[in-house]
Design a protein around this ligand. Structure first.
Ligand code: MN3
Length: 213
């Protein structure tokens, strides 16, 4: 089965004023849709169309060499954006606030405090040169922060090594490509990163943490 563009789990304007409606519309309907179409084109006629996109990323080294770069970029883009939409929520529907439960305990254990985690994650996002992502991952049962370039992600680690960041399982991601924020924030990436905390869907991150552990 070919990949399909997942619906956004909220309206385009749900994340206003932190992430604007027009950005969401273009980001989901044009950028993410293009990754899906190009991943499908690259994988057409291969066994990889039977896998989940996360499994394709984890098995990237098995993809025929001639297709691997296209799959890295576009299956990566599909996987990354599919996670990204899920870990965001409207501030009026549970977005923002603080993590709870075992996730809160694990964050305090790994980073000293929630603020310690936010500083580390924001630093990874701000210092990623050019386009890429910041991640919170579960690795060997613990939480780690890393970042990757372009549409790479930590699931690709066995195929692309250090370029995949920490090699853990991502449970929170932040897109720092300019297409994710430029309409509203122009060159002010730190302002976008700061606004992100107002729309994080911590209950979803908590669920992904429980699955990944
Ligand atoms: Mn993007």
């Amino acid at each position: 089965m070919a990949f399909t563009l997942p619906d956004l789990p909220y309206a385009f304007d749900a994340l206003e004023p932190h992430i604007d409606s027009r950005t969401m519309e273009i980001h989901h309907g044009k950028h993410h849709a293009a990754y899906v179409a190009k991943a499908n084109a690259a994988l057409e006629g291969t066994k990889f169309t039977e896998m989940s996109v996360d499994d394709v990323c984890q098995n990237l080294s098995d993809v025929p060499a001639a297709k691997r770069t296209a799959v890295r970029n576009n299956a990566g883009g599909h996987a990354n954006h599919s996670l990204f939409w899920q870990v965001l929520a409207s501030p009026t529907s549970g977005g923002g606030g603080e993590p709870t439960g075992e996730l809160a305990i694990a964050i305090a254990s790994a980073f000293g405090s929630l603020e310690g985690f936010k500083d580390k994650f924001a630093d990874a996002a701000a210092t990623r040169f050019g386009s890429g992502w910041a991640w919170l991952c579960v690795k060997n049962g613990s939480l780690v922060v890393c970042s990757t370039a372009n549409q790479d992600n930590p699931l690709m680690a066995s195929a692309i090594g250090d370029a995949a960041g920490c090699g853990g399982a991502p449970i929170l991601g932040l897109d720092v490509w300019e297409h994710a924020y430029y309409l509203n924030y122009q060159n002010r990436r730190p302002d976008y990163i700061n606004a992100f905390w107002s729309v994080v869907n911590w209950s979803k991150v908590r669920e992904l943490f429980a699955q990944a552990k």
